[in-house]
Each structure stands twice: as C-alpha cells, then as structure tokens.
Design a protein around this ligand. Structure first.
Ligand code: DON
Length: 307
C-alpha cells in the first residue's frame, strides 16, 4: 500500500523549486491578479481518507472544472437527450474556438469546450431565471462537498462578464442556430457565475468523489448518479477534459481529468480516489502547468491509471 501522505509530500518537495512556472490567465482581468507562486493538492480516497499538501485549503476560481458539475446536473434533468444539443467528441481545438461551430450547425463538439458548456448551461436553466440556475448549481456543489461555505466569487464573474467577448460570440452563434433557448445574456450570466465558483483543492476533491466511487459519495452516503453515468462522465473527462491537450494528459497521467484556467485540475482514479491540484501558472493550451506535472508524478508513484 502506498503511503499517500508521504507520496504527496514527496511530490510537493519536487514541485516547490518550480512553483511560479507557467503564465496566469490574463484574458479575465481578475484572474491576472492571482499570485502564480502557489501550489496545493488534495486526495480523497473512496474509504473517506483525506490527504493534503501545500495550499490545498485555499479557495481558487475553478473555472472550467465547473463544467463537470453542470454536465452532471444537465444529465440529471434531460438524460441522454442532452446529446442532441452537444456532442461527445474531442475537439482538437482551443477551449474557446469558434471554427467547428459553423461547420457543425451550431452543435458544439463536447460539453467541456466553452461553446458546449454554454449549451449545457442553457439546458440547466430550463425556463428558470439565471439566478435560480446559479442557486441550483451552488446548492448542488455544497451538497456534493458537504460544505456550506462554498461560494461564487462575484468579482471574477463580473470581470468575465465585462471582457468575455469570445463567449458572447459563441453564444450568439449558437442562438442563431437555435441551439440556445434563452437570451444570450441570461445564459452567459449563468455560465460566467458557474465558472466563478471558488473552491479549495480539498473541497473540489470531496465534491467530485462520487465520480471515483461509482456515482455515490461514500463520505456523505449521498447517491448522486448511477454507476453507468459516473463511468460516462469520466470517459468524457478523459477524452475532452483538457481540450487540445487531452491526448497529452491521457498519455502522461492516464486518468480522467478536467482543467480550468484558474489553474485547477480535478482528476479521478476510478474505484480509488478523487484528486484536485491547483497551481495558477498555465501551459500553452491553458491548463495548469505544474498541476499536470504533479498528477503525472502521482500516477507514476502510485501506479494509478485507467489503462
Ligand atoms: O469561458 C472561459 O473562457 C472561462 N470562464 C473558462 C475557461 C477555462 O477554464 C478553460 N480551461 N482550461
């Protein structure tokens, strides 16, 4: 049996000299202010043990990792019919790319690229006001993590609302193809607020534990999704969770994972543990540089892999 705390400690000491590598996201002004010299990691095992190192208790902007929770909510609402609105194929393009949308009739490739996530937000709204949809997501994430202290960072949401021109373009494009039912500003209001969820590595690993444990959270006893759905969400994270870096992440880490431009990565070792890592400096495709390095070390040192 691997001593997980010793493994985390060894990863931390190997990473520490490199902390600060990568470039913080600067297209969202509020994220550009984050100090890149931070690193945290947390592991929650399916038998309920929590291991953490470094800045694992500091809340950060989870950004695109929120797309996993919104996808779970949308599947709960409309089931498999969701796939009429969004595909399940890797895009091979940047997370904010618009090119495929025109060739593919306004149907985004997958729920994790921005266009796909905006369509999923529209599904979750289902006739509700933006505020209610955001409230539903916040309640869901608090329930998953069993932690009422989780909040949305309004400053980050406002910052992206003021500068999210590409997302405005993507949403208008989909609305033109009738793949959004609600007004663009309402859908984007939901989308920008979901991305602004602030969570620590530990809260994130707790919230996502159901994906490592056949759809139920063993710490709370809550049954969240069926085992089959948990497997399928993991499959999508493996193939699409890191955009045009998904193949590389699967090659180096070998676990389903979802990244965000806040520098977080959530990963799943099915049947074993959920993992969250955070370091704000990003690589060229917009994923946490040291987060990916740390997960590669973790996979190598524990032998965890879906392959
Ligand atoms: O829509 C955006 O651009 C951001 N709110 C989220 C993008 C993101 O996290 C991509 N992840 N690596």
């Amino acid at each position: 049996m691997t001593d997980l705390q010793a493994t985390l400690d060894s990863i931390y000491s190997d990473i520490l000299p490199r902390v600060g590598e990568g470039k913080v996201a600067d297209y969202i002004p509020e994220l550009a202010k984050v100090d890149p010299r931070q690193f945290g990691m947390a592991i929650v095992t399916v038998d309920g043990k929590v291991y953490r190192v470094g800045d694992a208790g500091i809340a950060f902007s989870i950004q695109s990792i929120s797309k996993v929770f919104m996808l779970t909510l949308a599947l709960g609402k409309v089931g498999e019919s969701l796939w009429k609105r969004v595909g399940r194929e890797p895009s091979g393009s940047a997370f904010n790319s618009i090119v495929q949308l025109e060739h593919e009739s306004g149907i985004p490739r997958n729920p994790f690229i921005n266009a796909g996530a905006i369509a999923v937000s529209d599904v979750v709204m289902a006739g509700h006001a933006p505020r209610e949809a955001i409230g539903e997501l916040l309640r869901f994430v608090r329930y998953l993590a069993d932690d009422e202290s989780i909040t949305i960072d309004d400053k980050v949401a406002r910052s992206e609302t003021q500068t999210g021109y590409r997302n405005v373009a993507l949403a208008n494009f989909m609305r033109a193809y009738r793949n959004l039912d609600h007004p663009v500003d309402h859908v984007l209001g939901v989308y920008f607020h979901q991305c602004a969820l602030a969570m620590s590595c530990e809260q994130l690993a707790r919230a996502g534990l159901f994906l490592a444990a056949r759809g139920s959270n063993p710490m709370t006893g809550h049954s969240v999704v069926s085992p089959k759905r948990a497997r399928r969400i993991n499959a999508l994270m493996l193939t699409c969770g890191h955009y045009d870096g998904s193949g590389d992440f699967a090659y180096h880490v070998g676990l389903p994972g979802k990244s965000g431009v806040g520098g977080g990565i959530f990963a799943v070792a099915p049947g074993i543990a959920s993992i969250a890592v955070w370091s704000p400096g990003l690589n060229k495709v917009g994923n946490s540089q040291l987060g990916a390095v740390a997960l590669e070390m973790l996979a190598a040192r524990t032998g965890w892999s879906v392959f």
